[in-house]
Design a protein around this ligand. Structure first.
Ligand code: SF4
Length: 254
């Protein structure tokens, strides 16, 4: 029996109540994610910063403004995509996410990804790239090269914040977003639609499709383009447990 996709609102409620790690003590609010719940492209960043923590949305500061500019190179606007982070609460002083925090928080990201069911996952920076691809290879080597994690096409790109402090990265990032746009144009998929409502449940037809579920659990690589590192096992595991055994969402998926 395939695992049903969980509505985003239900996952959000779990995150809002989450106290699994110490980051809950310093948060103003969670930063769950925002955007088109039926997005073809899901962007995964690192963790909320100060502005995100205050406003409850990812990428709202300077890095967010630059991300908007970069999306245009791929022919995208914010309303087309869904954006989430590896961590849902702000690390103090914007320090790096810790391994235990990532382990505790990423089941939420995994469920978000299953529900949104994007074609492309764009990982911004090292933390999301290493988590999604289950690799130790860094973003400097992987950026701009199409990868595969289970059924998902994964396209790593530097984090926009990196280009704010190091302007030499701008040309690289803009070229990578152009490449993303070319990949999207190569295989237009009519099942993806522009946003109608923020954070609404995903298209039930997608959740009910046996073909979709089958491709989620197994690799569907395009050997012409993909350069697989390793399948992202957190995104492919646990597809058979009944819903009652999977909640709370933050539980160990394995
Ligand atoms: S596990 Fe995630 S949502 Fe829960 S407190 Fe930690 S960072 Fe926040």
């Amino acid at each position: 029996m395939k695992k049903p996709h969980i509505p985003l609102g239900q996952i959000r409620s779990e995150v809002e109540a989450c106290k699994k790690c110490a980051l809950c003590e310093g948060r103003t609010q969670i930063v769950f994610g925002v955007g088109n719940p039926r997005a073809r492209v899901m962007i995964v960043g690192e963790a909320p910063g100060k502005n995100e923590d205050l406003q409850g949305e990812p990428f709202v500061g300077a890095a967010g403004q630059y991300l908007n500019e970069l999306l245009a190179f791929a022919g995208l606007v914010r309303e087309d995509i869904y954006i989430a982070n590896v961590l849902k609460c702000r690390p103090p002083g914007n320090r790096d996410p810790q391994p235990d925090e990532i382990a505790l928080c990423t089941p939420y990201l995994r469920e978000q990804t299953r529900t949104i069911d994007p074609e492309f996952i764009v990982t911004l920076g090292n933390f999301s790239t290493k988590f999604i691809l289950k690799t130790d290879v860094g973003i400097t080597r992987l950026h701009g090269k199409l990868q595969q994690a289970g059924k998902f096409k994964v396209f790593p790109i530097f984090h926009p914040a990196a280009a704010i402090y190091d302007r030499s990265k701008r040309d690289i990032m803009e070229a990578d977003f152009r490449t993303l746009g070319a990949l999207l144009a190569e295989s237009p998929d009519p099942k993806f639609v522009r946003s109608e409502a923020d954070d609404a449940p995903a298209d039930p037809a997608k959740a009910a499709s046996p073909a979709q579920d089958a491709s989620f659990a197994g690799a569907s690589e395009d050997p012409q383009k993909a350069e697989p590192v390793v399948p992202g096992d957190l995104l492919t595991a646990d597809t058979s447990a009944p819903a009652a055994e999977r909640l709370p969402l933050g539980g160990d998926p394995r």
